[in-house]
Design a protein around this ligand. Structure first.
Ligand code: MG
Length: 396
């Protein structure tokens, strides 16, 4: 980097898709990066391999059994546990960069801990900004830390806006449209977990892959963009671009558009967030325009994919509503992955939970965490109620 020593990085969520790809970036540039902290939930075997390879000083796990196991198998490394352990990792004294690659609102407290510790943050955890964007961004400004988005769209916008922020008119968030772009409503109702987990363009973890299929991911990204770039919701457009070659665009006041293009490979935005403002050779392939031939554009279908509209609504309402949208969605997606509910029920559940929420304007962190917890319980109740219906039918 700018000086001669390696950047010391902490990866919150090193066993997930973003975390593993970040380690590939580290492998590509072993002189530039030193991994000093990692975390996972219950993947003790993988964490052990990562400990042997990267020799971190601190490792946090979310599962009690994995914690006990690692204390025995990795005696030379400090092992921490749970949300407190994540905050400890996020504020590790020697760390230069904290890559927050956790999935879900569990990222809120560690992200705030990293900001308060004055760390540079590479943020791959969009749920944190969705649920607590006002608080998190206010804290970023107060502490004067640099937060670089890892989400490919926001990385694209961040790069397009370099030196152009004051001329920004509109943000154009691109979307692949997901694997069910062409499905009818009837076909959507029959979508299985296996079908939803096959994204046509991007290789990602299960939660975000399902979110991409419902378009909730794009909705969460709209809210994320609102907070990161201080853009009003009416000035954020979602554009389906099925080849996932344009990673997003900005429209400037004079009618100029700036776009970021490249192959659909998360290692590019991950690496950029770690090397910013510098660039290095990437492990990803180059984009071959000659074989690409065409790029197609379309409007998102908000009738078939109501989740996108729900996110706009929650974002415009603000307050605690985005946290509720996010929490209900996390529960509904998990229920779908556990085969407890259908694909089309995800957005319905989120909508119902939102309707019952008494929105809190200008919420405190405590209010947000409470709204999140409330929405999770509400959504689980609704799933249980839905689940009992077919059983009753068979009894009679
Ligand atoms: Mg994205």
């Amino acid at each position: 980097m700018s000086d001669n020593r390696a950047s010391k990085i902490v990866i919150l969520g090193s066993t997930g898709s973003i975390g593993r790809q970040a380690l590939e970036v580290v492998d590509k540039h072993p002189q530039e990066f030193e991994v000093i902290g990692i975390s996972g939930f219950d993947e003790a075997t993988l964490l052990n391999q990562q400990i042997e390879r990267y020799g971190p000083q601190l490792v946090t796990v979310g599962d009690e059994r994995a914690y006990q196991q690692l204390k025995i198998t990795a005696p030379n490394c400090q092992i921490a546990y749970g949300p407190e352990g994540l905050c400890q990792l996020a504020s590790l004294a020697e760390a230069d960069i904290i890559l927050v690659a956790l999935s879900g609102a569990v990222g809120i407290l560690p992200t705030l801990a990293a900001i308060d510790a004055g760390k540079r943050i590479a943020l791959a955890n969009k749920e944190t900004l969705v649920a607590a964007g006002d608080l998190v961004m206010a804290r970023v400004r107060e502490q004067g830390v640099v937060m670089i988005p890892v989400d490919s769209e926001h990385s694209a916008i961040f790069q397009c806006l370099a030196g152009e922020e004051k001329y920004l008119h509109k943000v154009w968030l691109t979307a692949s449209g997901g694997p069910f772009r062409e499905f009818s409503q009837v076909e959507l109702e029959k979508v299985s977990v296996e079908m939803a987990l096959k994204h046509p363009n991007w290789s990602m973890g299960p939660k975000i892959t399902v979110d991409s299929a419902t378009l909730m991911n794009k909705g969460l990204e709209v809210i994320e963009a609102h907070h990161l770039f201080k853009v009003e919701y009416d000035l954020i457009e979602v554009l389906v671009q099925r080849e996932s070659v344009i990673h997003s665009m900005v429209e400037l006041k004079d009618g100029s558009f700036l776009a970021h293009l490249g192959v659909a490979d998360m290692r590019i935005p991950i690496q950029y967030a770690l090397t910013y403002p510098q660039r290095m050779e990437s492990p990803a392939f180059s984009l071959d325009f000659k074989s690409l031939q065409a790029i197609h554009f379309a409007n998102p279908d908000i009738e078939k994919f109501p989740a996108l509209q729900l996110a706009y609504q929650a974002g415009k309402l603000g307050g605690s509503m985005p946290a509720v949208l996010n929490a209900a969605n996390e529960v509904a997606v998990n229920a779908f992955l556990a085969r407890k509910t259908s694909f089309t029920a995800i957005a319905l559940l989120v909508e119902e939970v939102m309707k019952e929420h008494a929105n809190i304007k200008a919420p405190s962190l405590e209010d947000i965490l409470q709204a999140d917890a409330w929405a999770r319980i509400k959504c689980e109740e609704k799933i249980l109620k839905m689940g009992t219906l077919p059983e009753r039918k068979t009894v009679f």
